[in-house]
Write a protein that binds this ligand. Structure first.
Ligand SMILES: *Cc1c(COP(=O)(O)O)cnc(C)c1O
Length: 358
């Protein structure tokens, strides 16, 4: 039996979107490919509220995270980490010989604007990375507060990992002054894994022009220059099948569901899961930082999470155990992409039934 995915990526993909992946291919050097890519970019600009150029990468989101920190750090990167994905960005810097310092907060705690101010005021950094939605802890950092600080440092390139939030919650890239905003296909956008997208500001471009060794495949400046020169075509063969699916899904988001309605639906689903979690368990991250796309629930009752998931599996559902060191201490229910309020209620009804809750 297929298990409907309530895990924070990959997510359940609508059959109509999957069908797009099975369409006959087109050449990646033709006019049709340019038009496809231009349409995708225009809709992504709406979703990200930006005038910045959009870059696509046939890789998962990690590819663009690595590309961003390598292509745009000249002096040193300040990497803020509130969990596993923040840590990953720091490792990428080290592995690419990019100078970086890591600023960590305890798991479940949000990144505070004061800490960002303290780091940037040293004058040591010309790039900062923030994980918007820390999927490992179910925490959503406050980009508005952080952006107020970052804006006071015009030499700093602002990179944000919105892999598990973009498409599920409002992120106004230009208003927040974000230079590179990254996401993957398999989370709130509701596509299969294998494609990543990011915004790329003029400031990011000007910085990359000064950075000598940017790699090749994930050199963001090379991608930018190529699409500018070749009418939105890419230097190497992109996953055209993903592009069909993304084009289809973005058209659905922008013209059918409506961007604002989509964000509203995510908040509605989050509220249902939070109320349930509060009633029977507790919510892991500190209040005020709860994610709109995934809820990390503290296992206050000491239930056997693997057994719960196994039983859910026989009924056609799958949720996530806690991440890394939080395994069995927490469990996660994702409420993102094209998941509906009815599906969330159906999942919770089944969990109640299995655990014997009234
Ligand atoms: C899933 C995830 C990533 C990694 O993305 P991939 O597409 O798997 O490379 C990075 N950051 C966050 C916050 C994520 O949730």
């Amino acid at each position: 039996m297929h298990k409907k995915l309530f895990i924070p990526g990959p997510v359940e993909v609508r059959p109509e979107v999957l069908e797009q992946m099975a369409r006959p291919l087109i050449g990646h050097r033709g006019k049709e490919a340019s038009e496809l890519q231009r349409r995708i970019s225009n809709n992504l600009k709406k979703l990200f509220y930006t005038e910045s150029e959009i870059l696509l990468s046939t890789s998962s989101g990690s590819g663009l995270m690595e590309g961003a920190i390598r292509s745009c750090t000249l002096k040193k990167a300040a990497v803020f980490s509130s969990g596993a994905f923040g840590d990953r960005w720091y490792e990428m810097a080290l592995n690419n010989n990019v100078p970086a310092d890591k600023f960590e907060v305890e798991w479940g705690k949000g990144i505070k604007a004061e800490d960002v101010e303290k780091a940037l005021s040293t004058g040591n950094y010309d790039l900062i990375t923030i994980t918007h939605n820390e999927t490992s802890t179910g925490l959503m950092n406050n980009l508005e507060d952080i952006s107020k600080v970052v804006k006071r440092y015009p030499e700093v390139v602002f990179c944000v990992d919105t892999v598990s939030s973009a498409g599920g919650t409002k992120i106004e890239v230009d208003k927040l002054g974000i230079d590179i905003c990254i996401t993957s296909s398999q989370k709130a956008l509701g596509l299969p894994p294998g494609l990543a997208v990011c915004t790329f500001s003029n400031k990011a471009k000007e910085r990359a022009e000064k950075v000598p060794f940017r790699g090749t495949y994930l050199d963001l400046l090379a991608l930018y220059k190529y699409i500018k020169k070749k009418d939105y075509q890419y230097p190497s063969t992109p996953s055209i099948s993903h592009m069909f699916a993304l084009d289809y899904e973005l058209n659905y988001i922008v013209n059918e569901e409506g961007i604002e309605n989509r964000f509203e639906r995510h908040i509605e689903m989050a509220n249902i899961v939070r109320a349930w979690a509060k009633k029977y368990f507790d919510i892991f991250p500190e209040e005020g930082y709860w994610s709109n796309t995934v809820t990390n629930i503290t296992n206050t009752r000491g239930i056997d999470i693997s057994a719960l998931n196994k039983e859910l599996g026989t009924r056609g559902f799958q949720i996530s155990n806690g991440y890394g060191k939080l395994k069995d201490k927490t469990f996660r229910i994702a409420h993102m992409a094209d998941c509906t309020v009815d599906e969330i209620n159906e999942l919770l009804t089944n969990i109640n039934d299995i655990l014997g809750f009234e």
